[in-house]
Design a binder for this molecule. Structure first.
Ligand SMILES: *Cc1c(COP(=O)(O)O)cnc(C)c1O
Length: 354
């Protein structure tokens, strides 16, 4: 055990003690045990395909999701972008849910860097796409139109697990019309725990899937794209173009492997904590809590405008961090215990009493 690892573990406990951080599950810190895997990591130059940790992780993820091959990425944004550019040519078009990450929160990289047009599709209240709306946006073979090449789905969407029948029907309709299907599964394992369906069952009708290791699974960095051998060969060249090929990157891949092997089942605790938080907060008459039956690890609090700024400050002063009450998103993750949830509920109650 070296000082560095001790320091990291202390740092993570320090942060954890100091704040209950509901802003996102991206704030999760690697555990001591996870960091220990770095010490024995079998490293090599991954651009030469010689980093054993990365090769093993890519294979493990591909098998877990029932695909032929996997590719390790520094971020989910790069993994999604690479997937879109692997499926589409310049001038092609991708259909994407209007509020999905690949449409809104990735700075339109597919258009900026790949010349791929994006056609946003309206979403229903559960974050899903309506089949007819999606199909109606697939363009005919006509020189006036872009070539519709790809459908991008997402699961979970703002924490909501998507009904599998719906995902499968959308994917089938897209395939029948010659499109490929990419799934942004940044939080796919939350959907897996919620639904009881295996990761493979969740993704079997999707041609490629991106997963994040750095959210609820608690790894410090990393995402994976899994797909067919053919797509992954293209993806590898695009990752190189994007500057995402890394060297002794087994130092983080080992943490990712730890995350996949140890931190999936425990997501249930986060879901239970979210439910507890939703119950507690909905007993406060001033608050309106949005927590649907397909929710996993997020809820949304609607707080009257006149209270927002002062409640935010009150929470902050009491060591609770939250995004902003305008949006009101609260996310549960492995840095938040049941005790933290009870204490957070009490703090909200105290604000409205005082
Ligand atoms: C976080 C996230 C991503 C990827 O984000 P990075 O920060 O680039 O890893 C992609 N899709 C969704 C839905 C996400 O929540």
């Amino acid at each position: 055990m070296t000082n560095n690892y001790n320091n990291s573990a202390i740092l993570s406990e320090y942060n954890h003690d100091k704040y209950i951080d509901f802003r996102s599950d991206t704030v999760t810190m690697p555990s001591f045990e996870m960091l220990q895997t770095i010490q024995t990591a079998k490293l090599g130059d991954d651009v030469y395909d010689e980093d054993i940790e990365v090769l093993e992780l890519q294979q493990y993820a591909a098998e877990l999701l029932g695909k032929e091959a996997g590719l390790f990425f520094p971020s989910g944004t790069q993994s999604n972008l690479t997937a879109i550019l692997s499926h589409c040519q310049r001038g092609d078009e991708a259909l994407i849910g209007r509020d999905y990450h690949t449409n809104l929160y990735e700075a339109r990289g597919a258009s900026v860097l790949g010349g791929v047009g994006i056609c946003p599709i309206d979403m229903n209240e559960n974050g899903g796409l309506v089949l007819d709306d999606m199909v109606s946006q697939i363009k005919e073979d006509d020189p006036h139109y872009a070539v519709t090449r790809l459908l991008c789905l997402e699961n979970t969407v703002s924490g909501q697990a998507q009904p599998q029948k719906q995902i499968d029907a959308l994917a089938k309709a897209a395939h029948d019309r010659g499109l490929s299907v990419h799934l942004d599964g940044a939080r796919l394992f939350n959907a897996h725990i919620h639904s009881g369906l295996s990761p493979k069952e969740l993704t079997e009708n999707c041609d490629s899937v991106s997963i994040c290791l750095s959210k609820g699974l608690g790894a410090p960095v990393g995402s994976l794209l899994v797909s067919s051998n053919e797509v992954i060969v293209k993806a590898k060249r695009i990752r190189k173009i994007l500057g995402g090929s890394m060297r002794q990157v087994g130092v983080i891949a080992s943490c990712g492997m730890y995350a996949l092997k140890n931190n999936i089942a425990r997501l249930q605790e986060d879901h239970d904590n979210t439910k507890l938080l939703a119950q507690g907060l909905s007993e406060i008459p001033e608050l309106e809590v949005d927590y649907g039956e397909n929710q996993t690890n997020m809820l949304f609090v609607n707080c009257p405008k006149q209270h927002r700024a002062s409640l935010e400050q009150y929470l902050f002063d009491n060591h609770i961090r939250i995004d902003s009450l305008d949006r009101g998103r609260m996310v549960c993750h492995l840095g938040i215990s049941e005790k933290d949830i009870k204490s957070a509920i009490k703090t909200f109650q105290q604000y409205f009493i005082s």
